[in-house]
Design a protein around this ligand. Structure first.
Ligand SMILES: Nc1ncnc2c1ncn2[C@@H]1O[C@H](COP(=O)(O)OP(=O)(O)OP(=O)(O)O)[C@@H](O)[C@H]1O
Ligand SMILES: [Mg+2]
Length: 269
């Protein structure tokens, strides 16, 4: 594997045509665009409360979470099973909505978006990596990675080209036409990383990305996330149960009983 070569020389596929509106030099005025300053945090959570309702029963999960994630950070989120890590990640990614509190992600107050706007925002700003890869079984690696680009105005040729570049970044250029069932777990997760990357999202969120992998494949995947962070400055938030995986991050936050601990800063590796 030669990621130095594939990742180092500006491997950015380049912004898709309808890139983040709030990214321009002059942020568009308006209530949705809280801040587009370079130094503004990529994620700002203010007093986020979330519970689930099941019939008459209410399950409280997040009890007023407040924190920021700066651009270029690689943050690990840990905590016991059922503590609400996936819930928190899904809120940040705009997959679910809080009961109350404010969520400003990539310069947008996402609580103010309609469902359609939220879906559109998500496709431009978030790359999601799941524990069980969530690849489409009937599509090959290249088609899986191309999928998020169908929502952009790119031509088929441009989509293919970018999907190829993303797969090259995860060292899978020799597996483009393999179906998920023809790939190892580690390779499937690398396809999923390429899929998360291909739209050049503001933020990558990963929910136990190594939870289903052996140590060697886990190290591959973690090394890749680390390089995406270090070499192309991607902001990453990763949920993990694994202390060793968390050591790849800049800092760890622990979630317990609906509350977040102070950040535990990690020495640069
Ligand atoms: N759709 C839902 N309806 C009701 N309760 C839910 C729902 N989703 C999650 N919960 C509950 O919310 C709590 C937090 O769940 P969540 O999946 O966020 O935990 P987690 O920290 O990711 O756990 P794990 O480490 O096991 O993945 C749990 O008690 C769970 O049972
Ligand atoms: Mg979870």
């Amino acid at each position: 594997m030669n990621d130095q070569q594939t990742l180092a020389p500006d491997p950015h596929p380049g912004p898709p045509p309808e890139r983040r509106r709030e990214d321009g030099p002059e942020p568009r005025a308006g209530p949705l665009h809280e801040s587009a300053r370079e130094d503004a945090p990529v994620v700002r959570l203010e007093e986020i409360v979330k519970s689930y309702r099941r019939g008459v029963q209410t399950v409280p999960v997040l009890a007023g979470i407040t924190f920021d994630i700066a651009a270029g950070e690689f943050l690990a989120l840990m905590g016991p099973s059922g503590s609400g890590k996936s819930t928190l990640l899904n809120l940040i990614a705009g997959i679910d909505r809080p009961d109350s509190g404010r969520l400003i992600v990539a310069g947008t107050d996402i609580g103010r978006l309609t469902e359609q706007e939220l879906a559109d925002w998500r496709s431009r700003n978030i790359g999601f990596i799941f524990q069980f890869y969530n690849l489409m079984p009937v599509l090959d690696a290249l088609e899986n990675v191309e999928l998020p680009l169908l929502l952009t105005g790119l031509s088929r040729r441009q989509r293919r080209e970018r999907a190829r570049m993303a797969l090259d970044m995860v060292s899978l250029s020799d597996r483009l036409d393999h179906f998920p069932s023809e790939l190892s777990g580690g390779q499937q997760q690398r396809v999923a990383i390429a899929r998360a990357l291909v739209t050049d999202p503001t933020l990558i969120v990963a929910d136990e990305p190594t939870g289903d992998l052996d140590r060697e494949s886990a190290n591959d995947v973690l090394g890749m996330l680390e390089r995406l962070n270090q070499q192309i400055g991607k902001t990453i938030i990763m949920v993990t149960h694994d202390q060793r995986a968390a050591q790849h991050a800049h800092a760890i936050m622990h979630l317990e009983k609906g509350e977040l601990s102070q950040r535990e800063e990690l020495a640069a590796s």
